[in-house]
Design a protein around this ligand. Structure first.
Ligand SMILES: [Zn+2]
Length: 660
């Protein structure tokens, strides 16, 4: 005897009831007392399935295109005098530039209940659910998830403000964290660095370290000194008095602090930098965990926002599930695949051969894989200046550029008609459009004597962004899906253009040797940042597991994690067991949980590049990829290259580069 089955009508009714139940839960999670009678709202606003629901969906899609598109235009036009090279700035211009007309839109939409209509009638899926149903999800299904996704959080203004305040405090702390290099001394009082050199942690310290490879005489000693400074910052044993203070000399090896001789002190010493009393020099107070207080401040603020984000209730979930839209375990797996690759030891051996000595921790930032015999910058400048005396000349050349990149003439014309070129004040950027009828803008910097090579190189990169922006807005089935899965993808697509900049100027393709060096350089950069990203992630897990921890416990935990990752993946090739160097990255303090995007970006770039090479034609391939829009990263990559996001292409390219 077979159990009785529901009729189709009964099944449909059951399904709708379940969806309704689900929708009501979604609404209830974000409903506040002042929003009124939830039950009445739900009865009134629930839309039965079928044509009526389709019509509601279409209305939201059309109206949000108008809302987003026009708000974007207002913001862009108010920033016009600040962004573009169109005459002197008025004092009010920065105020207009700082004004964001869209800042309160989400809360407005909650207050007038449009947001709740969305949450009641369309599914708000967790990343886990999206991934599980990815194969069956239709284009409309992805578009619905984009629609509900914008209302997955309702953070009260004061909570959002405390997140912003903690972020700004961390930002300011890092922005003022300078080391006056002339005042680093060794045991014999010797100074290695020139007067006036003031470096911000960690970016400037790292760049100085890279530049030191060119210094045959003192380079190694300088690098070792910088590494010691970095370790002192991570362990917080750095004396507080030496931070941004050229009035004292400091030996980072022994931690001894002395008064700087008057003649060694820079004229532009910060007003707040004081010489300590001689008594305080005997045992100068360490910085005492200020660094970790800033990190903890971000954590505390994030926890305050957790209850208002039911679909992603931790900062970690928000970074992976909402930001990257890839499961944390998958990203950790990709990073580990690079870190644990046997190629690391082979590339390290090559570096050792080039350096002619055993590797040390500073080789984390080795930058010696550069092509020889490159074209002198002056020659390139002359060429681009002559070709592009102004922004209009670049605009006029876009159809030719796109044609040479492999776009058919009519596609090149179509794109050129939809990209507005403006002269920018800054280095250049691509400004997207958000409604059809408005166009993406390419902002490019042109000096009075014409566009120099750097400006041109950036312009070609930005053009890549603009082309993606046109395709994914104008040539897409759902405007809710305009864009790309995340920033790593748009950067990878822009890089495809940028890498061709010399060929577009009439130079031959890069030779096999410079190609090989480029791949090795990218591999090493990915290896470097992958471990740092793991430390960042692990520290956030630790904080969530120890919400009552003290700052010194947080410091100890961060150091333990940094050591652990170092010992596992870096010590085997760079030595120095128990180094805490991986804890130095400033992003850990002022951009929480962002670091993993960098190595991920390298992997995605190689994967797109490999597919373009395989296809043999850039233009149509670029269009095909870009028109997928903002679906899940793995789905996008599956559609683009036939496989989900993978470390394979980078590792294969590296293997090939080593083999030659
Ligand atoms: Zn870019």
């Amino acid at each position: 005897m077979v159990a009785p089955v529901l009729t189709k009508a009964e099944l449909d009714a059951l399904k709708r009831a379940l969806i309704e139940q689900h929708g009501v839960d979604q609404v209830a999670a974000l409903w506040r007392a002042e929003d009124g009678d939830l039950a009445a709202f739900a009865r009134e606003s629930f839309v039965p399935e079928g044509q009526e629901l389709d019509a509601v969906f279409a209305r939201f899609e059309a109206n949000f295109e108008q809302l987003d598109g026009h708000l974007l235009e207002i913001g862009r036009e108010l920033r016009r005098p600040s962004d573009l090279d169109v005459g002197p700035l008025l004092k009010v211009d920065p105020l207009f530039a700082a004004y964001d007309p869209g800042a309160h839109v989400t809360e407005d939409l909650f207050r007038n209940q449009l947001a709740f209509v969305v949450l009641l009638n369309f599914p708000l899926a967790s990343l886990e659910q999206k991934v599980a149903r990815a194969q069956q999800t239709s284009r409309r299904g992805w578009a619905e998830m984009r629609l509900t996704g914008r209302f997955g959080r309702r953070v009260p203004a004061e909570v959002a403000q405390s997140v912003a305040t903690a972020g700004a405090a961390a930002e300011l702390y890092i922005a003022q964290y300078n080391i006056w290099m002339h005042h680093l001394v060794d045991g014999s009082g010797q100074r290695l660095f020139p007067k006036g050199l003031r470096l911000i942690t960690h970016w400037n310290l790292r760049d100085e370290l890279k530049a030191n490879y060119a210094d045959q005489k003192d380079g190694l000693a300088k690098q070792r000194t910088i590494i010691r400074v970095m370790e002192r910052i991570v362990t917080q044993s750095i004396p507080a008095v030496v931070i941004d203070n050229p009035r004292v000399d400091w030996d980072p090896e022994t931690n001894r602090v002395t008064l700087a001789p008057a003649e060694s002190i820079e004229d532009n010493a910060p007003a707040g930098a004081r010489a300590p009393k001689p008594d305080d020099l005997a045992a100068p107070a360490p910085e005492a965990d200020v660094r970790y207080a800033k990190l903890w401040g971000n954590f505390k603020a994030a926890r305050g926002a957790d209850p208002y984000s039911p679909a992603a209730p931790t900062q970690i979930a928000r970074a992976f599930d909402l930001g990257a839209e890839m499961p944390e375990a998958r990203i950790q797996g990709l990073l580990t695949e690079v870190l644990a690759s046997p190629l690391v030891a082979r590339v390290a051996a090559l570096i050792q051969q080039k350096l002619g000595r055993a590797l040390e921790p500073q080789e984390l930032w080795w930058n010696g894989f550069v092509a020889r015999g490159s074209i002198p910058e002056a020659e390139l400048d002359a060429k681009t200046r002559a070709r592009y005396p102004n922004a209009a000349a670049f605009a006029k050349d876009i159809p030719r550029i796109l044609g040479e990149l492999g776009f058919a003439p009519e596609r090149a014309k179509y794109l050129a008609e939809r990209i507005i070129v403006d002269p920018s004040r800054g280095a250049g950027h691509a400004q997207q459009a958000a409604r059809r009828g408005d166009f993406p803008h390419l902002r490019t910097r042109v000096e009075p004597d014409g566009m120099n090579y750097k400006g041109y190189n950036i312009a070609v990169h930005e053009l890549g962004h603009n082309v993606e922006q046109v395709f994914s807005l104008y040539d897409i089935d759902h405007t809710l899906l305009a864009g790309v899965p995340n920033t790593a993808f748009t950067e990878a697509l822009a890089f495809v253009f940028q890498a061709k900049d010399l060929e577009l100027l009439g130079y031959p393709k890069p030779d096999a040797e410079s190609e090989r060096l480029r791949v090795l350089n990218d591999f090493w950069m990915t290896f470097e940042i992958a471990g740092v990203a793991l430390v960042d992630i692990a520290v956030w897990h630790w904080m969530y597991e120890h919400p009552k921890a003290s700052l010194s416990e947080l410091r100890e935990a961060t150091m333990a994690t940094a050591r652990d990752v170092w010992n596992r993946y870096y010590a085997p090739v760079l030595g120095s067991r128990d180094s805490v160097l991986l804890g130095i990255y400033s992003h850990m303090i002022n951009y929480p949980l962002y670091l993993f995007n960098y190595p991920l970006g390298h992997l995605i770039a190689f994967q797109i590049e490999e597919q373009m090479k395989k296809a043999g034609q850039l233009g149509p391939e670029f269009e095909r990829m870009a028109r997928q829009g903002a679906i899940l990263p793995d789905q996008w990559m599956q559609g683009a290259s036939g496989a989900p996001v993978s470390a394979g292409p980078l590792l294969r390219a590296t293997e090939a580069a080593l083999g030659r």
